[in-house]
Design a protein around this ligand. Structure first.
Ligand code: DGY
Length: 313
């Protein structure tokens, strides 16, 4: 019997590869671990994990022989790393292979929001091409002042793309980065919001960034502002965002991630100035294949007692 379980939703190619290489048993979610017979749980040494449900110490304790969690994704905020380390469990993630996809999506969402794709697509489908009364005009995307929150690897890819759109680039991160001339650093997110038209969120998720895009940041953006989020839903104060979108305190938002995903607050999803996506940042054939391959290499290394390519702890 295999010592590996694969937890969470997977694309078919990843599932087949995991079965072939590790003979992994698939579980739909972490809850299902509790239903495994105790003797079977006791043999599990590796988990190939995908998802956003909390992988905490209590879950780890159901797998007493566990030594490796290979996360499918760069963000590992769902995994309690301190609890894993305390139990001698190594964790890996899949950084870098998804940078292009996530940055492409951020820019696509930003343009789609500026150019009013939601309304335009609806009008095209309904045959309403604005005869008689002109359709509402959208906003020009190129040349806007854009603030990137978090100039890590994905944030940097986003900024490089926006530079090609002749945007004025501002960023906020823990420290000033080595950037092309003309990019403006801000130490504080409110200061960043005051200086730009739009904000694109690319900070990591987790307790440190919870509510980082606060009512103060959102308010400082102003009525022409747009917020794009490809990071984690928890980074935005969602109550403040709902209020700002509903009152017109900001112009719109484009979100690939939500605080309680896959559930989206009904007050949010119904707003006409929201462009929602179901967390598809890395969801292309090419990138998911690369993530799956890196996940399996990491898992193999940990189970063989070798150092993995992309360790988290
Ligand atoms: C990631 O890799 O973190 C993506 O957001 C998928 O969870």
């Amino acid at each position: 019997m295999s010592n590996v379980i694969a937890v969470g939703p997977y694309s078919d190619p990843d599932d087949a590869a995991l079965r072939e290489e590790f003979d992994a048993r698939r579980l739909p979610g972490l809850d299902a671990i509790a239903e495994m017979p105790e003797a079977e749980r006791a043999t599990v040494t590796g988990v190939a994990f995908m998802g956003h449900e909390p992988f905490d110490g209590a879950v780890m304790d159901r797998l007493p022989a566990l030594k490796a969690i290979a996360n499918f994704g760069v963000g590992y905020d769902a995994i309690d790393i301190a609890a894993a380390t305390a139990r001698g469990i190594r964790v890996t993630n899949t950084p870098d292979v998804l940078n292009d996809d996530v940055a492409d999506l951020a820019v696509a969402m930003w343009i789609a929001q500026a150019r009013g794709f939601e309304t335009a697509i609806r009008n095209a489908r309904s045959g309403d091409w604005g005869r008689g009364v002109a359709l509402p005009l959208a906003r020009k995307a190129s040349g806007r002042r854009v603030g990137i929150l978090g100039l890590g690897r994905i944030g940097r890819e986003i900024a490089d793309r926006l530079a090609a759109f002749k945007c004025e680039i501002h960023y906020q991160s823990r420290s000033r980065k080595d950037t092309p001339a003309g990019w403006t650093y801000h130490a504080d997110p409110v200061e960043l919001a005051r200086a730009v038209d739009d904000i694109i969120i690319a900070v990591v998720g987790g307790p440190e960034t919870q509510g980082y895009v606060s009512a103060g940041v959102i308010g400082a953006l102003g009525p022409d502002g747009v917020i794009v989020n490809i990071s984690r839903g928890t980074v935005i104060d969602e109550e403040a965002l709902i209020a700002a979108l509903a009152s017109g305190a900001i112009r719109g938002a484009a979100l690939d991630v939500f605080r309680d995903e896959p559930r989206i607050d009904p007050r949010l999803i119904d707003l006409p100035n929201l462009l929602p996506l179901p967390h598809i940042g890395s969801a292309t054939v090419e990138t998911r294949a690369a993530m799956g391959a890196l996940q399996r290499r990491n898992l193999r290394a940990l189970l063989d007692g070798r150092e993995p390519e992309t360790p988290v702890n």
